[in-house]
Write a protein that binds this ligand. Structure first.
Ligand SMILES: Nc1ncnc2c1ncn2[C@@H]1O[C@H](COP(=O)(O)OP(=O)(O)OP(=O)(O)O)[C@@H](O)[C@H]1O
Ligand SMILES: [Mg+2]
Length: 180
């Protein structure tokens, strides 16, 4: 692997899985402290049975169908990276009901990847898919902000997807991150 993946990159990967699960509403919960970074991503999508979860943790398994893509690395690499820091990784899934991925990184471990750009990750997740809504709660040192895309779409309609509105959302997230 040539690039240094950040925790923010992992979050986007797992959120992409949640969107692909065909869940209408997904949740991203981040709880960060000086020496730890926890996140939980849940969806109410197609889910996986026990066998499929096992396969998903195998780096040579993917259900993606692009010809060049012969393996899926998102989950296995996240499990490896978080456990390497002395943190933990847990995936709970039920066929037809959805999936929850919970991850803890110990930031004080020498092996911990950089946190990366959380503002950019949250912004990307909000706009990952036109029809998938996100409830996001981001906590840092016990202070928090929340984003509810479903509420915003109800209030602003298609304006929510206009470039100028997107720019405002981006700036809002950056300013909220800077307030921590
Ligand atoms: N939230 C989810 N709901 C249902 N199935 C999932 C979910 N997350 C992962 N999977 C299944 O597990 C497989 C492996 O996921 P993983 O993220 O490791 O790789 P990928 O998404 O296939 O490829 P990559 O993430 O490397 O682009 C997926 O192809 C999918 O079949
Ligand atoms: Mg993936």
């Amino acid at each position: 692997m040539a690039t240094l993946k950040t925790i923010a990159d992992h979050i986007m990967d797992i959120c992409e899985n949640a969107v692909r699960s065909k869940s209408k509403l997904c949740e991203l919960y981040i709880d960060e402290y000086e020496t730890s970074f926890f996140f939980r991503i849940s969806d109410k999508g197609i889910g996986m049975d026990e066998q499929e979860v096992k396969k998903a943790l195998d780096p040579f398994y993917t259900t993606k169908t692009e010809r060049r893509k012969k393996f899926g690395m998102g989950l296995p690499f996240l499990k490896f990276s978080s456990e390497l820091t002395g943190g933990n990784f847990k995936i709970t899934s039920e066929k037809g009901y959805g999936t929850v991925v919970e991850v803890l990184f110990k930031k004080d471990s020498i092996d911990c990847q950089p946190v990366g750009d959380i503002a950019q990750a949250i912004f990307s997740v909000v706009y990952l898919d036109h029809d998938t809504d996100w409830y996001i709660k981001r906590t840092k040192n016990s202070e928090a902000y929340e984003i509810n895309s479903s509420d915003m779409k109800k209030e602003y309609g298609e304006t929510f997807f206009s470039p100028s509105f997107m720019k405002n959302i981006k700036d809002l997230i950056i300013s909220l991150e800077n307030e921590f």
